[in-house]
Design a protein around this ligand. Sequence first.
Ligand code: FMN
Length: 405
Amino acid sequence: MNVALAVTGCIAAYKAVDVMRGLQKAGVSVQVVLTRAAARFVAPLTFEALSGRRVITDMFRGGENVQIQHIAVAQQVGSLAVVPATANILAKFAHGIADDFLSTLYISTPAPVLLAPAMNVEMWNHPAVQANVEILRSRGHEFVNPEPGVLACGMEGEGRLAEVETIVSRILNLVANSESLAGLKVLVTAGPTVEDIDPVRYLSNRSTGKMGYALAQAARARGAEVFLVSGPTHLTVPAGVHATFVRSAGEMKEAVLKLYPEADIVVKAAAVSDYRPADYSHQKIKKGEKETAWALSPTEDILSLLGKVKQHQILVGFAAETENLSGQARDKMTRKNLDLIVANDVSRGVFGAENATVQIFTRTGESVTLENQSKRTIAERILDTAQAALAARKTLDVPGQTRRT
Ligand SMILES: Cc1cc2nc3c(=O)[nH]c(=O)nc-3n(C[C@H](O)[C@H](O)[C@H](O)COP(=O)(O)O)c2cc1C
């Protein structure tokens, strides 16, 4: 497995040598990339002598190689780790500036990215730096945050590069994960749907899409080809994910049915409207003084439909309930022919929150509770469980036969 280890211009650049050696010890093949500034701190020769491999320092290397190097490397690497990461490289990655080898490699590769920043505490806390970190996190990149301590500049505070062992183990995790869904297609739905009543009003719900987007990011980081079908949200589509944007439950059904036959794992995290107005009014409905009633028609139950036509797919549903969580969730899993279901208690204000408490139930009777966990952590556990279900199904399948569950 292949990691591009990029080193940028920090005092802590010398620690990247130990990170490289830690990865090599674990059997990882490492391609080192140095920025010009990094090469002022540590000689490329140090990395070359220890890795036995040429280090890339320059976009315009000239001469003997006719390959476009940043594209060739971009296609080969399994993961990109930047250790240490300067404020400068965070800004260039966040804004797509491509003025040297590393920044051009970043926008050319679909590989998962890990960043281990190191800098002075004032730099780290600067709103510009924090805004860039936020942008990069929202793309699904992983951070090994700097630690508090005495910094090279003599100041004290958060900014020191994290411990080498921590960084090595986080990169190894990324590497292990980055292949686990390679070659598979994952379909995720996210966000609310919106049912128009008239030109100014609509019927919708409180879903923000964070859970579905976290799932898409996590699946992409595991090497899957990911298709996200999203209702309206304010979120950024994770890097490398194919997105289809829809508005109504009807549009979501169409988009999902198109992608379903090819998908291996399908996670329906969207909060699809159960009802739509029976009639759309082309004119704005006038305000009245008296009580009024609007007729609603049920929308089609997409999850049930997918359960009915399921073949090889692992189908994951969500149950947002306000009472009898486990009973309702298990019942929904059976009725809709799901392989697993994620139940959350929406009376506890899950919509829009960063963390949630959920229970994952499988068809084979196991259940796990995740108490107040980040949506990314929950996404990882859902994918672990879906992968286990997929592996179990494959061992049961007779080659050459299509299986109907
Ligand atoms: C002695 C010295 C130490 C530096 N340490 C850091 C640092 O720890 N973090 C950082 O973000 N920038 C640091 N810088 C500034 C970067 O080297 C500078 O922003 C450079 O343009 C980064 O280029 P690069 O991101 O292409 O490597 C340091 C500069 C000098 C001269």
